[in-house]
Design a protein around this ligand. Structure first.
Ligand code: 0X9
Ligand code: ZN
Length: 312
């Protein structure tokens, strides 16, 4: 079973990405960025039709599943790998770009959401504090070093938005940080995949102010949303595009797209993929739509890459 046709466990995702790397050694390199708190490898693929280390092309990075329960996210990330490597319909996407795809940045949480608690969101780490021993886990999307621990976050480990004992307390966010830093000079577009809400969000999410690149962020965001919409289904919500705080309705500091943009990635977005129900059930989109969302999301990513080239 392909990891973009249904909800699958971590092991099946790694089987797929390992298999891709083994089968296409000239195109794909699998890298283990490090190990999670519980010791699981955090793997990402570098995809390049020339030589990744040539440093000649812009890079598009897609990071996924920092939030464990957002199960529609790994299918969208692995489908992007499938399209780039196994079924490239638009050669431009490899001629003009190198790609980094990280399908599961929070493998401990993702596994835990399968084995113990379906709607687990955070990592599974504990720190020195006794409350943290009682309530494991940090919200990875409050853990980045961007206005850390100021807005829409909590210093109580027993909450869903616990930001950690310090910025980058989590190895899972440090690995994303390290990839961003390693390739910063070439990164054009960074997308962190989440669910749910059918939204394309851009900085700044802590206070709703706009970056000097807001015009570029908005126009590329609209291009991506239109491409998704063209492939979408009538019963799916229409995508909204805009500043994170304004569109989602709450501010949150320490998030991935804000961090990426703050260090210099010109185009940085949070995608909130669709969920058709309210409340927690929204994180469990009917599996019959998994392939659909994977496909439409890819349209957005591909359109973003192509448009990014014109404006960055
Ligand atoms: O709250 C979040 O972390 C994201 N929504 S989710 O339902 N997937 O948890 C939204 C993050 C938006 N970005 C910023 N606030 N910077
Ligand atoms: Zn999320």
């Amino acid at each position: 079973e392909k990891p973009y046709d249904n909800y699958v466990r971590l092991e099946a995702i790694y089987n797929y990405t390992d298999g891709i790397a083994a089968k296409y050694p000239n195109l794909v390199t699998s890298v283990t960025g490090g190990n999670s708190f519980e010791g699981r490898p955090i793997k990402y693929l570098k995809i390049s039709s020339s030589n990744f280390q040539n440093r000649s092309k812009s890079i598009i990075m897609v990071e996924a599943t920092i939030h464990a329960r957002e199960w529609i996210v790994p299918p969208a990330a692995t489908y992007a790998i499938h399209k780039l490597v196994e079924n490239l319909t638009d050669p431009e996407l490899l001629e003009n770009f190198d790609w980094i795809i990280l399908p599961v940045s929070n493998p401990d949480g993702y596994q835990y959401s399968h084995t113990n608690e379906r709607f687990w969101r955070k990592t599974r780490s504990t720190d020195q504090s006794s409350l943290s021993q009682l309530c494991p886990g940090v919200d990875g999307n409050r853990n980045y070093d961007i206005h850390w621990s100021t807005v829409g976050t909590s210093n109580n480990p027993c909450t869903e938005t616990y930001g950690g004992s310090k910025a980058f307390s989590e190895v899972e966010t440090r690995i994303v940080r390290d990839i961003l830093n390693e390739y910063l000079d070439r990164l054009t577009l960074f997308i962190t995949l989440h669910s749910y809400g059918s939204m394309i969000l851009y900085p700044w999410g802590h206070d709703g102010s706009l970056s000097p690149n807001a015009f570029g962020l908005h126009t590329v965001g609209v291009t991506m949303a239109e491409a998704i919409q063209k492939k979408s289904l009538p019963n799916f919500p229409t995508y909204k595009v805009g500043n994170s705080l304004l569109v989602i309705g709450y501010g949150a500091s320490g998030a991935g797209e804000d961090y990426a943009h703050s260090i210099g990635v010109p185009l940085a977005y949070t995608y909130e993929l669709p969920g058709l129900s309210r409340g927690l059930q929204g994180f469990h989109l009917d599996p019959k739509y998994v392939r659909q969302v994977a496909e439409e999301t890819w349209e957005g990513i591909a359109a973003g890459a192509k448009h990014a080239r014109e404006i960055v």
